[in-house]
Ligand binder design. Structure first.
Ligand code: NAD
Length: 321
C-alpha cells in the first residue's frame, strides 16, 4: 500500500485531498497545527505538529519508522485578500519556515515524491482581454502581494532540491478554490465563501456589500476538481510548475449572481472599498490538461454543493449564539 503525508490536512484543501487519497487506496497521514474545524479527518492517522519546526517536519514525513512514499505540502499561513494584505510578516515568516523545513525533511528522509501547493498569486496583474498567461510568464516576476512572492520562493526552493538532491517534485499553482469545509468567516475566508455567507445572512430582496466594483475577473475551482488535478500531476512526468484551475472565467458580480440564484434570493449588490487584489487572472490550462485532467464541475455545480453547507453553518451558529 502506498503511503502519503498531507501537510495542512486540518485545512480546507488538505482535508479533501486526504479523502481523495483514501479513495485511491493510500495509507494517509494527516499533519497540521490544528484539527479540521468542520469534519473528522478521513486520514488513517493525524498528527498535530507545528511544521515551522525542523524536528516536527522530520517526524511528519515518517510513517511507522519509514519515509512516506509521497508528501503533499499544503500547510501555509493563508487567507483571502483581506488577510493577505494585512498579515504580510506572518505569511513571509511562517509559510517560508514550513516550506524550507518540509522540503529538507522530505529529501533527508528519502521521500520519493514531493508536492508543493503554489498559487496563481505568483503572476502579475492582468486586464480584461489580456493574453492567457502560461506558466513561464511568472517571470520576470511581479506578484501583486507578499503571499505570491513567498510562493515563488518556495517553488524555487523545491525545484532546487529536485535538481540537486534527487527528490521528485511536483508543483501546482492553484486558482481560487472553494467548497464545503473551507473557512467561511473570521477574516481568512476567500471570496466564494464570503459571498455565500453574506447571501445566506441576507433577506430575500436584501443587499450585500462586495469589495471593489465587482468587475475583477476570476477563476473559481471546485475543490474535488482541484484535488483531482493535484493527483493527476503527482502521477505524471510533468516536473515544471503547473496551473490548476477551471476554464470558466467570471466577474465577482457574476459570482454573486450565481450564489443568489442558487440561494433563490433576489440580492442587491453594494460595491464598497476593500482589498480586491489583481484585476484579472487568465491562465493557460494546457500543461495540466496534458495529463488528461479536466475540471468536471461548473461554478454553478460547485456553488450548489457549497452554498447549502455555508447556509447551514450560518443557521446553526445563529441558533447557538
Ligand atoms: P487552509 O488555511 O484551509 O489550510 C492550510 C492549513 O495549514 C491550515 O489548516 C493551517 O492550520 C495549516 N498550517 C499553517 N501553519 C502551519 C504550521 N506551522 N504547522 C502545521 N500546519 C500549519 O488553506 P487552503 O485553502 O486549504 O490552502 C491549502 C494550500 O493551497 C495553501 O498552501 C494555500 O496557499 C494554497 N492555495 C489555496 C488556494 C485557495 O483558493 N484555497 C489558492 C491558491 C493556493
Amino acid at each position: 500500500m502506498k503511503t502519503a503525508v498531507v501537510c495542512g490536512a486540518g485545512g480546507f484543501i488538505g482535508h479533501h485531498l486526504c479523502d481523495l487519497l483514501k479513495t485511491e487506496g493510500y495509507f494517509v497521514r494527516g499533519v497540521d497545527i490544528k484539527e479540521q474545524e468542520f469534519a473528522p479527518s478521513p486520514a488513517d492517522e493525524f498528527a498535530l505538529l507545528d511544521l515551522r519546526d525542523p524536528d516536527s517536519c522530520r517526524q511528519a514525513v515518517r510513517i511507522g519508522g519509514a519515509a512516506a512514499d509521497e508528501v503533499y505540502q499544503l500547510a501555509a499561513d493563508m487567507g483571502g485578500m483581506g488577510f493577505i494584505h494585512s498579515a504580510e510578516c506572518e505569511i513571509m515568516t511562517n509559510s517560508a519556515l514550513v516550506n524550507i523545513h518540509m522540503i529538507n525533511a522530505a529529501s533527508e528522509a528519502g521521500v520519493s515524491r514531493y508536492f508543493f501547493s503554489s498559487s496563481a498569486c505568483v503572476y502579475r496583474d492582468q486586464e480584461e482581454g489580456d493574453v492567457y498567461l502560461s506558466e513561464e510568464d511568472a517571470y520576470p516576476a511581479f506578484p501583486d502581494n507578499e503571499y505570491g512572492w513567498e510562493k515563488l520562493y518556495a517553488e524555487r526552493m523545491a525545484l532546487s532540491f529536485a535538481r540537486n538532491r534527487g527528490i521528485e517534485v511536483r508543483i501546482a499553482r492553484f486558482q481560487n478554490c472553494f467548497g464545503p469545509y473551507g473557512t467561511w468567516r473570521g477574516g481568512r475566508e476567500k471570496a466564494p465563501a464570503a459571498i455565500c455567507r453574506k447571501v445566506a445572512m441576507a433577506n430575500d430582496g436584501g443587499e450585500i456589500e462586495v469589495w471593489g466594483d465587482g468587475s475583477a475577473l476570476r477563476v473559481y475551482t471546485y475543490v474535488p476538481d482541484l484535488c483531482g488535478g493535484v493527483f493527476a500531476l503527482m502521477q505524471s512526468d510533468v516536473t515544471e510548475p503547473t496551473n490548476i484551475g477551471s476554464d470558466e472565467i467570471v466577474s465577482v458580480d457574476q459570482l454573486v449572481t450565481t450564489v443568489a440564484d442558487v440561494a433563490g434570493k433576489s440580492i442587491e449588490i453594494r460595491h464598497v472599498e476593500g482589498p480586491v487584489g489583481v484585476q484579472a487572472r487568465y491562465h493557460s490550462g494546457d500543461r495540466i490538461k496534458s495529463t488528461g485532467w479536466r475540471a468536471q464541475h461548473t461554478l454553478r455545480d460547485g456553488i450548489e454543493a457549497t452554498y447549502p453547507w455555508i447556509e447551514e453553518q450560518v443557521r446553526t451558529t445563529a441558533m447557538s449564539a
